[in-house]
Design a protein around this ligand. Structure first.
Ligand code: ASP
Ligand code: MG
Length: 429
């Protein structure tokens, strides 16, 4: 794999480990020291080590806040030039810390390592990594310390990979050099649900890429979604673990290796959705298409969609013509709601809606598990468990390995606990 390659190809090298340290794991000089010690210990155990760093905790937020002070909509190219500096600081500090403990280390920025991305500022995608450059660095026992989150486009502009993007840097580098990837963070793994909500939640030992993708899309923030996609595409085993302990964390691996054959692996709560209801829309071909095309043009992604006959259907007139109406309900993220409102106001007349309603007081609870594919009755069980708590389901969506229900915000925690313990995920009290 060379700098001219247009794709990350899965290399092969047995004893190479990529270790990524997140913001809290490099949040202070002391913590950087600890991380450095861990990288050195890994090297002493006989591995070549690549370290990927995030910015020190809070730094990216601080930088972005500075930009917004100057402009409500700052130029994306400059935002990336700014935001990427956080990782430059921690990469240099990490290299210094390794050197101070007697090791060899060199920091490498995205452009120095030939991390080539597309030009989509603030959410760029990696297209190529110069694996040879990395191998050359490592050959003499140097630990390569790579600034996460950043790359350059073909024209040499600095880009960033989206919030949480250093996970993706780590997995992509691991893919390029054929390494496993350890993600050191401030939690000790992926849990069956949020332990703050459900005290019986427990750490999952192994989880498949597919399940992890669903959980991450539902707001489990341990890994950036994109990083899981890259790991799945290239088959990179990812070990999510705490930088403050020696205990093993959670392995994110291929389906074949995710041994546990349970029906439900995790329960997720997503507080970021809001509901939009188009009331009394014309029930004709093409109407729904128009509404959703308008949304996608604005880059707004829609999650759940329900269409049902409307109470507003006008009865047959003297000519016998019935003007059939339908209600269309869908969800978008709360962050997209304001823009959705704009789009819907402009579409209202076109689609013949009587009214558009917006609701933010809802959450989405979901169960995720590969085992659902082969077990009938999982949905029924989920609905029963919610019903037993008198929780009304406002909308439902399913995929092969996920079932989601929209419920009122006040039921959020109760729903999570009922499902978690109802599906037997909890540790027995
Ligand atoms: N520093 C970046 C962020 O805060 C990237 C990362 O930490 O993964 O989003
Ligand atoms: Mg992160």
């Amino acid at each position: 794999m060379t700098g001219t390659a247009t794709e990350i190809s899965r290399g092969a090298s047995v004893s190479l480990i990529v270790q990524k340290f997140g913001g809290t794991s490099v949040g202070t000089v002391d913590r950087i020291r600890n991380a450095a010690a861990r990288a050195l210990a890994t090297q002493r155990a006989g591995h070549q080590v690549v370290v990927i760093v995030s910015a020190m905790a809070g730094e990216t937020n601080r930088l972005l806040a500075l930009a917004s002070e100057l402009s409500p909509l700052p130029d994306a190219r400059e935002v990336d030039a700014l935001a990427s500096t956080g990782e430059q600081v921690s990469a240099a500090l990490m290299a210094l810390a390794i050197q101070a403990q007697g090791g060899k280390a060199r920091s490498l920025l995205g452009h120095q390592l030939g991390i080539i991305t597309d030009s989509a500022y603030t959410k760029a995608r990696i297209k190529a990594i110069d694996a040879q450059r990395l191998h050359d660095e490592l050959a003499d026992g140097t630990i390569a310390v790579v600034a996460g989150f950043q790359g350059v486009d073909e024209a040499g502009n600095i880009t960033t990979l989206g919030r949480g993007g250093s996970d993706t840097s780590a997995v992509a580098v691991a893919a390029a050099v054929g390494a496993a990837c350890e993600i050191f963070t401030d939690v000790d793994g992926v849990y069956t649900t949020d332990p703050n909500i459900c005290p019986t939640a427990k750490k999952i030992e192994r989880i498949s890429y597919e399940e992890m993708l669903e959980l991450a899309s539902l707001g489990a923030k341990v890994l950036q979604i994109r990083s899981v996609e890259v790991a799945m595409k290239y088959g990179v085993p990812v070990h999510v673990r705490s930088s403050f302990s020696e205990a093993p964390g959670t392995w994110v691996v291929g389906e074949e290796q995710s041994l546990e054959r349970v029906t439900v692996t995790g329960v997720a709560l997503d507080r970021n959705e809001s509901r939009v209801m188009l009331v009394g829309v014309d029930d004709r071909p093409g109407i729904v298409a128009q509404a959703f095309t308008a949304l996608s043009r604005e880059n707004i992604s829609v999650d759940m969609i329900i269409q049902s006959p409307s109470a507003h259907t006008t009865p047959a007139g003297p000519d016998g013509a019935v003007s059939r109406k339908t209600d269309v309900t869908f969800t978008v993220t709360k962050a997209d709601l304001a823009r959705t409102q704009q789009v819907m106001e402009s579409m209202r007349v076109v689609v013949g809606a009587r009214e558009v309603r917006y609701e933010e007081d809802i959450v989405k609870v979901s169960i995720v598990g590969l085992g659902m594919r082969s077990h009938a009755g999982v949905a029924a069980r989920m609905f029963e468990l919610l019903a037993a708590e008198n929780i009304n389901i406002e909308a439902i969506s399913t995929s092969e390995i996920k079932i989601s229900c929209l419920v009122a915000t006040r039921y959020a925690e109760l729903a999570v606990r009922a499902l978690h313990d109802g599906f037997g995920l909890g540790t027995p009290a």
